[in-house]
Design a protein around this ligand. Structure first.
Ligand code: FES
Length: 76
């Protein structure tokens, strides 16, 4: 999905850079996201935060990931 219409930057582009360890400012310089009208900045920052695990949703997922795995169902 296109996040930044002005620079045609998608959420996948942002996520790929964030998962590579770049912060929002670095991604902004690299991709040009949120450098024209600025209307996309909030959503672009949310995408970066989700990839860095700094938002509440990511925190909940991380807590659930520590639960032990379920036993596999017996074969029919
Ligand atoms: S929509 Fe991203 S700068 Fe305009």
């Amino acid at each position: 999905m296109i996040v930044c219409v002005c620079r045609r930057v998608s959420d996948r582009d942002i996520a790929r850079h964030a998962k590579a360890g770049l912060g929002f400012d670095e991604i902004q310089l690299e991709l040009g996201v949120a450098t024209q009208c600025g209307g996309c900045e909030g959503f672009a920052r949310d995408v970066v935060a989700q990839c860095h695990g700094t938002c509440p949703t990511a925190h909940i997922r991380r807590q659930n990931a520590t639960n032990p795995p379920r036993e596999p169902s017996p074969a029919p």
